[in-house]
Ligand binder design. Structure first.
Ligand SMILES: [Zn+2]
Length: 238
């Protein structure tokens, strides 16, 4: 209770003073990251760059660009341009800076990702809330695309050499999948469907990847395969 009182007083003492743009909302050892629209900043604590269960020396470019580049750095950057972040200007003020054409186009494309996630069912009868998870799903998709663009600049990608029989592309997408590895009890999953702005972990992989042409190509995914998504339904926002 005393620490709550302290934290409350600490926040209240900020009123009327200039914003401290150097303050972080997380500690370096926090395994998380965030985008803060009112400061127009992304914060990437050191701990998020540790891959649980994998020594740094074993992580190569494909894994790092998929794991850290896509799911963390690219993801947080895209939050600045998701359905909420895009409403803030470069100084972090809630001010519309979009022209009406861009806005219309964005809303049209974002609707497709809402629809995609609305159609996902978990635990037989629960439906993901596409509207509530929209910002996170846009950030996931943008993150995979950004991470891939960055990975294309590496020697490993350019050489095209197989590692363990897998192409650089295949390993990049597997590296991304590694970032949402985890388990949850059914009861927790059911609760999260109602309360979490993130889709369940496995859909944060299957959802965005099914929209990506390079993913289809990398694993030779064809019509009838579980992760196949026709061109006309693939979401492409950023
Ligand atoms: Zn996020």
């Amino acid at each position: 209770m005393r620490s709550h009182v302290w934290a409350h007083d600490y926040e209240v003492a900020k009123l009327g003073k200039p914003v401290d743009r150097t303050e972080w909302g997380m500690t370096p050892q926090t395994y998380n990251a965030y985008y803060n629209p009112s400061n127009n900043e992304i914060v990437l604590p050191a701990a998020i760059f540790i891959i649980p269960g994998l020594a740094d020396s074993l992580a190569d470019d494909a894994i790092i660009y998929g794991y850290a580049g896509a799911s963390t750095i690219g993801h947080e950057l895209t939050h600045g341009f998701d359905d909420q972040g895009r409403q803030f200007d470069e100084k972090g003020n809630l001010r519309n800076w979009w022209n009406s054409n861009d806005e219309m186009e964005f809303n049209k494309r974002a609707k497709l990702i809402v629809k995609q996630f609305d159609e996902f069912k978990v635990l037989d009868s629960l439906t993901v809330n596409g509207e509530a998870t929209q910002g996170e799903n846009i950030a996931d998709l943008g993150g995979v695309v950004l991470g891939y663009e960055a990975f294309k600049k590496t020697e490993q990608y350019k050489s095209g050499k197989l590692i363990n029989g897998m192409t650089p592309d295949q390993r990049y997408f597997l590296g991304y999948a590694l970032s949402w590895l985890g388990h949850m009890r059914d009861e927790t999953l059911a609760m999260r469907i109602m309360t979490d702005v993130h889709a369940p972990n496995f859909l944060r992989i299957n959802g965005p990847l099914a929209n990506i042409p390079e993913f289809h190509k990398a694993f030779n995914i064809k019509e009838g395969d579980p992760m196949f998504r026709p061109d006309s339904l693939r979401v492409n926002i950023w």
